[in-house]
Design a protein around this ligand. Structure first.
Ligand code: GTP
Ligand code: MG
Length: 208
């Protein structure tokens, strides 16, 4: 995907604060520190459009970014980090759930997992919940650069067995080496209907 523009739109806690539902969106979901914000920066080829951190719990709101004026990428707060105060964690669940359940322009989601970790119960449940809603969801194995190519392939196979997902629903990704970037963009194009060559608002997401 050729990136002509990428800009921050707004941060939101509740639907009244979302931008108008006039462009297709894809969202990025996963445990804290898994690399959601870094993945968005890598996709739009900007180092610091989205703030990242070594400290888990950096993204605390639903953040919207517009790409080429034709679609939006949505960065969601991470879940499962014990050091984030309980009261805050309790807000994040409903914040994420509300966005996913009520956003008519949401065309698909990327569930991110660190390639070095096993599937946790939380992720298994989340994957099922998303699939039950009929939302297109793809599993992204982040930080693939931490492994050699053959070790990463071994992890990919093991994670396919654990999740029951087919190879075409799973991608290895590295924000460091940009591995997987083009594949993810081609998924985004097919999820949103926004083709690289003819980005037309009218063609956008089948679901609205
Ligand atoms: P929260 O906002 O806290 O939920 O985290 P996040 O999922 O947005 O993670 P973020 O992008 O902030 O990255 C967390 C840490 O992982 C940072 O130190 C990144 O530099 C590092 N990181 C992210 N992606 C990669 C990757 O592909 N490879 C490597 N080696 N490190 C990565
Ligand atoms: Mg983040």
């Amino acid at each position: 995907m050729h990136i002509r523009s990428a800009e921050f739109v707004t941060s939101a806690v509740k639907p009244e604060q979302y931008p108008p539902a006039d462009l297709p969106e894809v969202a990025f979901l996963g445990r804290s520190n898994v690399g959601k914000s870094s993945m968005i920066n890598c996709l739009v080829q900007r180092k610091n459009l989205v703030k990242t951190s070594q400290q888990p719990g950096k993204t605390q709101l639903v953040n919207f970014f517009a790409v080429n004026g034709h679609l939006r990428l949505v960065d969601l707060p991470g879940f499962g980090y014990a050091k984030v105060p309980k009261a805050v964690q309790q807000q994040w669940g409903p914040m994420i759930e509300t966005y996913i359940e009520n956003r008519p322009t949401l065309c698909g989601l990327f569930l991110l997992m660190d390639i070095r970790r096993e599937v946790q119960e939380e992720e298994g449940r989340l994957l099922q919940w998303l699939m039950d809603r009929g939302l297109p969801v793809r599993l992204v194995l982040t930080k693939a650069d931490k492994f050699s190519r053959s070790a990463a392939l071994g992890r990919q196979k093991a994670l396919m067995r654990q999740t029951g997902l087919e190879a075409e629903n799973l991608v290895m990704f590295s924000a460091k080496t940009h591995q997987g970037r083009e594949e993810v963009w081609s998924w985004i194009s097919s999820m949103t209907g926004v083709a690289e060559t003819r980005p037309q608002k009218e063609e956008a997401c089948k679901s609205f």
